[in-house]
Ligand binder design. Structure first.
Ligand code: NDP
Length: 453
């Protein structure tokens, strides 16, 4: 991968990041995408260089790594590694999810924490950027084992977080069950019932519509783009990768808006249902039984399942108007982008974080396929986490409709901000440029106002 940037100052900074953070390819990828896209703002914002904003913003404020020891069902001690990357608190308390997946490492969490800074800034809510997690794999573990891990994880994490300091949330592998175990342990240690985590169950401070928020928000964002082009979801064919939280609720909202979702996946393969996905079946498989996407054939025998050991790449060969990658990073590569283009796809919008590789993004943009980056398009999840924090602070709950209306308003504002910013710097419809510059300028203003810290 070539991380050169045309702008000499930005290029020098990129080289420094690579020297200081060896062997962190995902982090390089995220920083490179960011630095290379803010070039149009450099001439009109000399303060970015004068105040060393960029040198500071690529350096996490704090990185915590710790041992997580727990006892499995056979009485054997297991050891995982826990992390929390507190990247930037200029505009609010650190905020970002906890990822539990065997692939988790420092590079992946730094890329996610870095992106979170700009995503949270775009939501208009006061939230800084962070990310955390562990290489623990909840798949195949008993509830007891998941509980043992979550409690041990929180026995260290509790000292680094708090409702006004750092408010973690869910991510891959961390759903309501895991958040519940972590919340219980935090409450026990600190002796305090507070909004220290979001993504909680409704019975102890969760927000209605948080479960749906990322997938719904993604579709609201795409709907704004379609409306700008005098178009809509009605009658469109949509392919969605993944079959977790984001994928399920993107499927639900796209279907409600009149589209037909024909495919979903997991890390073993993908299903194709030409009649449109039966979402009740998927919810039962994934949310109730914690099964695999191939189990869909037990509910809809006419659907097709294809094994795909390399992740969800084969799914992008299915013809569609709109592609929503909602599984994981780098799941949509150049080959996939070419297949989508050849089949007439018009929009690729990221529900997952950084699912599209840099060469695939360049190809999509060159071929006039609208590309919506995750830091804008999937910001509905963290925005609704921000709304959960508001409700917890006020000790009050809004209705589903109230939260959903606020979410829709936020996604519309994000789209307009990103769109206007891109146009203002002469890059109309380049939503990567728009999202990065709009996200950066708010954080930069706050960092400069707060002095050298
Ligand atoms: P879940 O754990 O609920 O679901 C993840 C889904 O992606 C699963 O179906 C999983 O399949 C699949 N997946 C994971 N790795 C791969 C792979 N290598 N190839 C193919 N499929 C894979 O996570 P979420 O839905 O919460 O998160 C999905 C993405 O969205 C992540 O990038 C996350 O960071 C991002 N995101 C999530 C938000 C949220 O609110 N939840 C907010 C903003 C972004 P399997 O079961 O086989 O692992």
């Amino acid at each position: 991968m070539d991380y050169t940037i045309n702008h000499p100052y930005l290029n020098g900074l990129m080289q420094d990041v690579m020297k200081k953070n060896p062997n962190e390819p995902e982090f390089f990828q995220a920083v490179h995408e960011f630095l290379s896209s803010i070039e149009p703002a450099m001439a009109t914002h000399p303060e970015l260089i004068e105040k060393q904003v960029l040198e500071r913003i690529v350096e996490p404020e704090r990185q915590v790594m710790f041992r997580v020891a727990w006892v499995d069902d056979n009485g054997k001690i297991q050891v995982n590694r826990g992390y929390r990357i507190q990247f930037n608190s200029a505009i609010g308390p650190y905020k970002g999810g906890i990822r539990l997946h065997p692939s988790v490492n420092l590079s992946i969490l730094k890329f996610l924490g870095f992106e979170q800074i700009f995503k949270n800034s775009l939501t208009t809510l006061p939230m800084g950027g962070a990310k955390g997690g562990s290489d623990f794999d909840p798949k195949g573990k008993s509830d007891n084992e998941v509980q043992a891990f979550c409690q041990s994880f929180m026995r260290e994490l509790y000292r680094h977080i708090g409702p006004d300091c750092d408010v973690p949330a869910g991510d891959i592998g961390t759903g309501a069950r895991e958040i519940g175990f972590m919340f219980g342990q935090y409450k026990k240690i600190v002796n305090e019932f507070s909004g220290v985590l979001t993504g909680k169950k409704l019975s102890f401070g969760g927000s209605l519509a948080r479960t749906e928020a990322t997938g719904y928000g993604l579709c609201y964002f795409v709907d704004c783009l379609l409306a700008k082009k005098q178009d809509s979801f009605a009658g469109k064919t949509v392919v969605i990768s993944g079959s977790g939280n984001v994928a399920i609720y993107a499927t639900e909202k796209a279907t409600q808006l009149g589209a037909k979702v024909v495919a979903l996946s997991d890390s073993n393969g993908y299903i194709y249902d030409e009649n449109g996905i039966n979402l009740d079946a998927v919810k039962e498989i994934k949310e109730v039984k914690r099964g695999r996407i191939k189990d869909y054939l037990n509910y809809v025998p006419t659907a097709k399942y294809t094994e795909d050991v390399n992740g969800s790449k084969g799914i992008w060969t299915i013809p569609c108007d709109i592609a929503l990658p909602c599984a994981t990073q780098n799941e949509l590569n150049l080959e996939s982008a070419k297949a989508l283009a050849a089949n007439g796809c018009k929009i690729v919008a990221e529900g997952a974080n950084m699912p599209t590789t840099p060469d695939a993004i360049a190809f999509l943009q060159e071929n006039k396929i609208y590309f919506c980056p995750g830091k804008a398009a999937n910001a509905g999840g963290v925005a609704t986490s921000g709304l959960e924090m508001c409700q917890n602070s006020a000790r009050y709950s809004w209705t589903f409709e109230e939260v959903d209306a606020k979410l829709k308003g936020i996604m519309t504002d994000i789209f307009n901000n990103v769109d206007t910013t891109a146009t203002a710097v002469g890059c109309e419809d380049n939503f990567v440029v728009g999202a990065n510059i709009a996200g950066l300028l708010k954080v930069s203003d706050a960092m400069i106002a707060q002095g050298c810290i």
